[in-house]
Design a protein around this ligand. Sequence first.
Ligand code: ADP
Ligand code: MG
Length: 363
Amino acid sequence: MRRRFSERPLKVELRGRMTEQTSRTELSALGEFGLIDRIASRVQLQNASSIKGIGDDAAVIDPQGLHHVVTTDMLVEGVHFDLGYVPLKHLGYKAVVVNLSDVYAMNATPKQITVAIALSNRFPVEAVDELYEGIQLACTHYGVDLVGGDTCSSPSGLVISVTAIGSAAMEDIVYRSGAKDNDLLLVSGDLGGAYMGLQVLEREKAVFKETGAQPDLVGHDYILERQLKPEARKDIVGLLRTLGVKPTSMIDVSDGLASEALHLAHNSGLGVRIYDEKMPIDPSTYQTARDFNLDPTTCALNGGEDYELLFTIAQADYEKIKANPSLTVIGHMTDKASGCLLVDKQGGLHELRAQGWDAFLRK
Ligand code: ADP
Ligand code: MG
């Protein structure tokens, strides 16, 4: 199930610093309250737990006898995204998805989000509309309600901060710290694609800057979608529930497999072993890495932004998950003294390190 949400083809066009609008309405024409009204008018609450949404001093949420999980992620222009090639609608979608991914990684169900944005006057109302179209699309797709936020001005760039609120029964919540020695380590989907998508976009941006040529993205649909329109693995949380498997620990892959596996090991007071030959890498990710003279394994280990779920299960649960194509056993937990290791294809052992994504080993 590789293409999960590709009914809309992804159109990437390189532009100057931001989206060119066909018409341009200055934000000052609407004002802050006008803008909030415009956003609120497009929101329809769908969850019974959303008692009061946008429009008062605070939203009201009914915990419905469950526990809340709350998480925030902020995206800053120039640090996390480049509007030279990221369409605003995709940015809005991704800003929501990265937060929902954290909620799913707690084995909880996201129900509400709030969105805070800082905007400079270089953004017209139409740009905000585009951004919120993406936010709304994610809300609809994942069944969450936009219940509030904040709007302020920024001297230049765009900042978007999303808070997601989810709920779960206390006994269902999964922490990073629950793994046990000998538990199996699994990952959903495949790894390294989002990073390779970013490499293609950066390369084409450099060409565009030099020659003005529009990007040649043919054949890169999958990795571009992984970068520009990632999905949170709601389906995996549901699947595990259906299979009757409760992970012992779980985390989502935002900073790269190596970094996340180290988090699980450290938080659980254990060591971990990951097998290179087990690493799920899509053929297009693999080929693009080769074309860029990068080691595909290194991209999978350190690329990040995959938003897959990395989790551990008891060995006794192996039979329940083994036939599933969306899940790959990539290793197992060990005692702490055995360390955190990558086992290469020849059986050689390497210390697992969380490398920054600009510190890639070239081959
Ligand atoms: P306050 O001054 O009390 O912070 P605001 O005027 O900022 O109130 O917000 C009014 C209402 O609009 C609140 O319900 C708030 O959550 C909501 N809101 C403000 N900005 C946004 C936004 N960018 N997106 C969604 N809701 C927003
Ligand atoms: Mg406010």
